[in-house]
Write a protein that binds this ligand. Sequence first.
Ligand SMILES: Nc1ncnc2c1ncn2[C@@H]1O[C@H](COP(=O)(O)OP(=O)(O)OP(=O)(O)O)[C@@H](O)[C@H]1O
Ligand SMILES: [Mg+2]
Length: 352
Amino acid sequence: MDSRASVQARYEEILERFLFAPGTPEAELELAAAFELGRSLVCGKASPDDIVALHQEAVGHIARRHPTLLLGQIAGRLDQPLLELTMAHGMAFREQLDHRIQELVRREQASKLEALGTLSAGIAHDFNNIVGCILGFAEMAGDDLPAGSRGQGHVEQIVQACFRARDLVARMLTYARQTPEKTRRLNVAEQVREILAILAASLAPKLRVEFSDESGQACIQASPGQIHQVVMNLCLNAADAMLHEGLIQIRLQPAARCADAPPGHRDDLCLQITDSGPGMSPAVQARAFEPFFTTKAPHGSGLGLSVTQGIVHQLGGEITLNSRSEGPETGTTFRIYLPIDHSAPPGPGEAP
Ligand SMILES: Nc1ncnc2c1ncn2[C@@H]1O[C@H](COP(=O)(O)OP(=O)(O)OP(=O)(O)O)[C@@H](O)[C@H]1O
Ligand SMILES: [Mg+2]
């Protein structure tokens, strides 16, 4: 960081050059330099009072160096650099403040998710014991029944349901971050097609889903369950928003084609889900990813988006939200950016 004396010297240089070159291209450069200095002063924690003191001191020094000029004249001509300096300082200060507020909100959300994780880990643990008990007795009951009987068929259904319940428990534990989910090289387009086939059965007849795949077979590192949850949550939200009629557009494309890809994700794969629903007001958008935030009480749990965001972050990706709730064209777009797996695909016979 610059010392007070070197900042003072730099500012004086800027002012002095500006003083003797008003209205020239050089003066514009000095104004830009004053602007830059204003921004950098925020990092040095300078207050607005410091800036006024800096300016007054600089004007005083310049007046002493140029006794032929009147102090009032000098001060009058140097208003413009002061304005640039102050403006840049104010803007940068505001940015820092916004950033700090966002960080606080993010931390609060993380702590809510952590509490939820602990809770679900506890429930999952107890649930696992109960399922284990049902499974054990069901298997014993199946062994006691005559082979091929109806009763044995029913017991077999119970056993299968128990295995599904165990799967669910494994997912809850993953959510609680007790066991990391096993990821593998995954073709996202294939996964989306599978999910859409399942989803089609549960959507209202007038709700249409279009999928355009421009991914060029790009793969990512994830588990099928993670992608399943992400796509399902977003499609179900879209369907909820549109009630009975409308269009859900899903698009898979390189992030380089998305104008607003966040920094660090421009080489990712982008999964975009757009609906033609009523959109979200700015107030709803601000809280949409918050755990337990829902406008669908008492049916919604408010966990869909926070879980989705958690998964996307776990995969090293990012999720963005754009929504319009006013004007003729309302609707919502979620974009999910996921790092592409550039490793060579496994050869025949190799594990994926
Ligand atoms: N596509 C969308 N269009 C309009 N509003 C949406 C959309 N997606 C989410 N929302 C808003 O964000 C809120 C939070 O969504 P989230 O998926 O986290 O919870 P939920 O859908 O209310 O409940 P859950 O998914 O747990 O059943 C929703 O209640 C809704 O107000
Ligand atoms: Mg939801």
